[in-house]
Design a protein around this ligand. Sequence first.
Ligand code: ARG
Length: 468
Amino acid sequence: MMKLWGGRFTKQTNRLVEEYTASIPFDQKLFEEDIRGSLAHVRMLGECGIIRPGEAKKISEGLKTIREKIRAGKVEFSVSHEDIHMNIEKLLIEEIGPTGGKLHTGRSRNDQVALDMHLYVRARTLDLVKALTALQEVLVEKAEEHVDTILPGYTHLQRAQPVRLAHHLLAYVDMFGRDAERLKDSYKRVNTMPLGAGAIAGTTFPIRRERVAEELGFDRLYDNSMDAVSDRDYLVEFLSAASLIMVHLSRLSEELILWSSEEFGYVELDDAFCTGSSMMPQKKNPDVPELIRGKTGRVMGHWVSLMTTLKALPLTYNKDMQEDKEGVFDSVETLKGALALTAPMVAGMKVNGEKMRRNAEEGFSNATDLADYLVTKGLPFREAHEVVGRLVLTCLHEGKSLTDLTLEEYREACPLVEEDVYEKLKVENVADARNAGSGTARSRVLEVLKKKKIELDETRNWLNTVRY
Ligand code: ARG
């Protein structure tokens, strides 16, 4: 097959080389972006008089026809034309004749592929922000239902202090909120247009790239053509943000896996989100959160892989850069699935508030409060710590919790204890005593819930102002 760049060559390309170097098997995913970019480019070429208006029109129409054919699955791409850019150009020439050959005036595949990836990642960045917002919404709703559900908070996976389930869930709302912020920030850089850089040094044609940028919704232009064609930072940022989202989803998944085990018994995942065992009839496995946890590594791997690809590349474009695509595409798919499943899984899980509460009461998670109580009665903290430690030991021997001890038993350990100790040690009161700053007190949790709803509205408004 005749190559678009065949002029300088005297031999056919080796078939294995064609297969090895082609990106069409995966970059055909970019056909919408590629044609959108070409339509804006050709319109500008016509407006600037670089090609005739009639030619621009003919090329535009040809591109639209090809787009319809690709959408309808009627096009067979060929590795002989290497990538989506040359496949489409070849199709265009077949469709409208030699005029199609004018499309690539003042442009190189180097700035073209960068443009396509900027358009692709810009849209996926916004998709991700949207999906994160939807998940946050579900978590906020669940938190609202469980302001008064108390469970042990854990450090070292040992029961530490009682917290409201709402407080626990709101921690994830903030993690995903930071993820959305990171994407909103990287959006500025992804929304910078590389077209006009040509192969490396710019173009000799009197192009007006501001026109193209305006039409495609880019806020900024690259200042340096060499940077424009070799910058992949925006992809690194995207993969880094994506990795951290997966890490957050994986941590949440891990908690759902633990919590849905018989040992914890805190939640029951909906049947529609679990699978059974082929041998053990009693099993209901949390496959979905396990797979999310399992898939986290591959997204992190894509980040490492791209960083490694870039780390020793001289300016500007090098073929190595073609390796940037599959990891990004795979990360997009992986995240899409994980986010789309986590939201309904959290929404549909049944919470066993009684079990949570029992564990909070039994686990000495109010021991710090007993020590603090003794301090308010006049005992130095160090001594109070010692007294409570000994009481915990007694309880452990006798299979009791601190609230099971009689007033006499308390007085024996420390005469300062009075009847009001029982009120102090109720898990709600223990939680509500933490009403300063970011604590788990009911009043604080309600305030934070309100604040999160405002933040979610702000993100939704932002999504309405940006270009896709
Ligand atoms: N398929 C190539 C890629 O994905 C497009 C850019 C090719 N440019 C070049 N000078 N070979 O990176």
